[in-house]
Write a protein that binds this ligand. Structure first.
Ligand code: 5GP
Ligand code: MN
Length: 347
């Protein structure tokens, strides 16, 4: 049995809206990851079973390793189908905002979502949700939005209406947001849910292979190159990896190729913080990804130095300037957080 973590009043309100809704749009965050796509498609498959008219719209492209997901071809990319997306958002009577906590996380879509007169529900697990939806289902203790979607569907009494395809998407989101159940994954109810998803006929081992073992040769070579360049700051229990646009070109980089790189330095003994600085190809910006182990709050560092945020152990931000300037700022941050890093390394 699952604990009833979602408020009944919110479930009732959503069910009421769903009942009447004729044009539903599901929206997830920019540079969508496995959980953004998994939760969106998980909900979308359920709505399709219920014969509801729904579309998933995300701000921009998602990585190739998610393109096997059932329904992924139906996803609209806002940056490529803006006119249609704007029309769908304006005419929607229900918008479901999944896996983000603030409008700026949907980038250039934010105006269209904010302006729409649709009922809006937030289903998310990031800290400090902003106030842009009438119903807010926000559970930072839950490791993925996909898990919340599963819980919500079940609480509405519709477990039987989750298809194998929907279950595959939900499982993918749960798996990717926990690094294949290696972090944020000690809650025993996760495994109850997996058991329920398996009862739908999903092949979890095949899903793992499709997500993690379908990379290109050049991606693996890029990983080797990046790790050779890695800098370790032993006093700060931190490792930093970087990727310039020049290196991206040299290794035929495509979107998603650096997915997961930031986790690798955490396999070094005594490293509690891993930082990945990546030059963006489209904007003069450095994307910062941080991962920590144990109690080190990498989201606090991301917020304080890189205008970002996220979870305790997985966060990110942006830096406008060169990669060297970003490293200088990061080194300042490490200096400031050194005592906390050292304490966390002892835990
Ligand atoms: P990633 O490193 O995979 O890009 O991001 C990890 C997590 O950090 C995301 O799930 C999100 O919660 C958070 N995050 C990443 N980039 C940003 C950002 O620019 N701003 C904020 N507020 N959070 C971010
Ligand atoms: Mn997520």
């Amino acid at each position: 049995m699952l604990s009833k973590i979602i408020d009944q009043t919110k479930i009732d309100q959503f069910a009421k809206w769903l009942n009447k809704a004729e044009r539903i749009v599901i929206v997830a965050h920019v540079s969508p990851d496995g959980d953004a796509i998994g939760s969106s498609l998980g909900l979308w498959h359920f709505l399709s079973t219920m014969e509801k008219n729904a579309r998933v719209i995300v701000p921009n492209a998602f990585p190739d390793f998610l393109k096997w997901m059932p329904g992924s071809k139906e996803i609209l990319l806002y940056d490529r189908a803006r006119t249609l997306s704007d029309k769908l958002l304006a005419e929607a009577d229900l918008i479901c905002c999944l896996d983000f906590n603030a409008l700026h996380r949907i980038d250039y879509m934010q105006e269209a979502v904010a302006a729409s007169g649709a009922h809006k529900i937030l289903i998310d697990h990031h800290l400090h949700p902003e106030d842009f939806c009438q119903v807010v289902i926000s559970h930072p203790n839950i490791s993925s939005t996909s898990e919340l979607v599963f819980r919500l569907i079940c609480r509405m009494g519709h477990f039987d209406d989750i298809s194998r395809e929907g279950a595959e998407c939900i499982y993918t989101g749960m798996m990717t947001d926990t690094g294949g159940f290696t972090y944020n994954s000690n809650d025993r109810e996760i495994y109850f849910i997996i058991s329920e998803l398996l009862s739908k006929g999903i092949d979890k081992d095949a899903i793992y292979r499709r997500v993690y073992n379908t990379y290109s040769e050049s991606r693996l070579r890029l990983m080797g190159h990046i790790l050779t360049q890695m800098k370790v700051y032993p006093d700060c229990h931190t490792a930093v990896i970087t990727l310039t646009t020049k290196e991206q070109k040299g290794f035929n980089y495509i979107r998603g190729d650096s997915e997961g790189f930031v986790n690798i330095p955490l396999s070094i003994k005594n490293v509690v913080l891993s930082c990945f600085l990546r030059e963006d190809t489209e904007r003069p910006m450095i994307k910062i990804s941080l991962r920590s182990v144990g109690t080190f709050p990498c989201n606090q560092l991301a917020a304080e130095f890189f205008g970002g945020g996220g979870h305790l152990n997985a966060s990110g931000g942006e830096f406008y300037g060169t990669i060297d300037e970003a490293r200088t700022v990061l080194e300042k941050a490490l200096e400031k957080y050194k005592p906390i890093l050292a304490a966390c390394a002892k835990d």
